[in-house]
Design a protein around this ligand. Structure first.
Ligand SMILES: Cc1cc2nc3c(=O)[nH]c(=O)nc-3n(C[C@H](O)[C@H](O)[C@H](O)COP(=O)(O)O)c2cc1C
Length: 198
């Protein structure tokens, strides 16, 4: 079974970019992919700020990433780039941490003006970590999110469609895509049948 690590890079508790990540998690689950979710809260802030390579939490993350086939990373756009907190995590990965892995980036921002932030800011970092294949990023603006009564977010249909397509691509680029239970084209149907919403 393919394994994918999910990394949520927003410090916000009610996070829009994390809502994108949760949606991707549900889609990957329907594909039979095993998931490991990490949020910023999984790392002691002091370990991140002081770049402690020997941090047990960081070491566990590094090991789980090493054993995975792919990474999905989500981030808010902060000051025309990705979040600084996410950078403190990525800085602690070994140089070739993403070698042989497929990577998908997700971002939310206040304005479409910073649509390219993932391309010019985050993707070079993923490339420096030697990601084997970086699937085109999915970018949403705050207008693409509506609050549900339970405070979760409803994501606009065009973004859901982009997430479907991006997950299909990610699965196709995982080292063992034949292990996925459902052909990529069947993804939207199977999610609908499962009555999954977010
Ligand atoms: C400190 C800070 C900086 C931000 N900088 C930008 C920015 O440069 N460009 C932009 O479009 N949105 C910016 N935003 C808006 C967020 O990117 C946007 O609301 C995003 O959807 C938040 O994602 P989250 O809910 O996952 O944290 C900023 C927000 C904060 C709190």
């Amino acid at each position: 079974m393919s394994k994918v690590v999910l990394l949520a890079g927003s410090p916000s508790i009610q996070s829009k970019s994390s809502a994108l990540l949760q949606r991707v998690a549900r889609l990957l689950k329907t594909q039979g992919v095993a998931l490991e979710l990490f949020t910023l809260e999984d790392f002691p802030a002091e370990d991140l700020i002081n770049a402690r390579w020997d941090s047990p939490a960081v070491n566990e993350f590094v090991q789980i990433v090493a054993q995975s086939d792919g990474l999905v990373v989500s981030t808010p756009v902060y000051k025309a780039a990705y979040s600084g907190a996410l950078k403190t995590v990525l800085d602690l990965l070994p140089e070739r941490a993403l070698e042989n892995k497929a990577v998908l980036a997700l971002a939310s921002a206040g304005s479409a003006g910073h649509l390219l932030a993932v391309d010019y800011a985050l993707q070079p970092v993923l490339t420096a970590l030697k990601a084997r294949h970086i699937v085109g990023a999915v970018f949403a603006t705050d207008k693409d999110f509506t609050r549900n009564e339970d405070l979760s977010y409803q994501i606009a249909d065009p973004i859901l469609a982009r997430l479907d397509a991006a997950v299909s691509q990610l699965v196709a680029h995982l080292p063992n895509p034949e292990h996925a239970r459902i052909p990529a084209g069947e993804l939207a149907k199977s999610v609908q049948a499962a009555r999954i919403s977010i």
